[in-house]
Design a protein around this ligand. Sequence first.
Ligand code: HAM
Length: 419
Amino acid sequence: MIKFRNIKGTHDLLPEEVSIWRQVENIIHFIMEQHGFGEIRTPVFEHTDLFIRGIGTDTDIVSKEMYSWKDQGDNLLTLRPELTAPVARAYIQHQLANKNPMHRLYYLDSLFRRERPQKGRQRQFHQFGAEAIGSPNPEQDAEIIAVAYNMFEKFKITNMTVVLNSIGSQEIRPKYLKLLRSSLLKVKLELCSTCQNRIEKNALRLFDCKNLHCQSLLDKNAPLIFDQISDSDYKHFDIVRKILNEIGIPFYHDKKLVRGLDYYSHTTFEITSTSLGAQNALCGGGRYNNLIEQLGGKSTPAVGFAAGLERLILAIDKSQFSVQVPDIYFIHLGQDSTIIASKIANDIRMRHNKIVVFEVLRRSLKAQMREAGRSNAKMVLILGDDELKSNKIIIKNMLSGDQKKIAISKLDQYFSNLD
Ligand code: HAM
């Protein structure tokens, strides 16, 4: 017999965990709405080409991490590895620009990347993110960074660092990449094989290499993109910094921060936390003024971020969340009682919105009482043959230990008084 297990890099979430997830999700929805963002939900799979064109052929995501397949109709499809390109696709398809010059969209959904699983890195994972489409102005960049920062503040995440940079407009990119490649020519063979490959294919990513020798070669030889940005790009970045200072969001300007997806321009940022371990990025984002045009829409400026939900939950102090307990554990003994108890339990749930856990294993009174205690129910109802004969039911308050018998016909009134 085959023993089925979940697929490597995916996780089952059992009810106790889901209870925390739902509380976290509720706060995320609330904070997004507070900042004026409306939720968008796009399909879990898209045409592969959307991601190739959107994220870039030479990125890690497109070159080695996508779950893609050909369906029976010969369509090349991909499970979404990120949500910025799908949101941009939906923005173009539904002609949102004609309805309003500004759209603030957010999402909370699952994604798929075939990465090497480790703590904080899964193959199916969840992101919440925000995309502000329509404004070219730095106040929008600052607002996006503030949404992310406020979110983590609300969850009392400690040891956070906002890392910020500008990689300028895409127009300066070819000139900069030429300069970067030529400055590394003489040390090319000393770089690791990944970096050697990246020089031609995706030279900006050289700065992401974890190899210390590569980093020291880059420090000594490579020009930084920030030093090549235009005056207007610099002004844009400076206003982002001024607004963050004014709001009181501390940040660190890392001139080496480049992001792993091709669509970025101008502001790029990440928020990291030392409570996370090796995968320390809580979120990442930036401006992507060329993406919408690249996907067939009108040239439209945009900026956004996305954060890993699993990583947020790893970093959160779980004691801030409540554990849901039943209002009532319903104990009953004997077939006739069971039939009547089933109706009473149903009425209480439907008429009084209580959480009622109903015994279905026909255990002894002692075992049912033990189970009621384990469930942490606030109240226990007991209906046995003796009670049924006198049309009464026992109500036990599990906090005070007080117990009383009331007429079954008075139960509805009893719960109405509690409501
Ligand atoms: P990203 O940096 O690829 O950016 O991912 C954003 C965040 O998703 C990461 O900082 C991390 O918290 C989480 N994440 C990424 N991969 C995994 C994984 N395998 N397991 C668990 N968590 C993961 C984007 O996806 C861009 N679309 C962000 C963006 C939105 N830029 C502009 N708008």
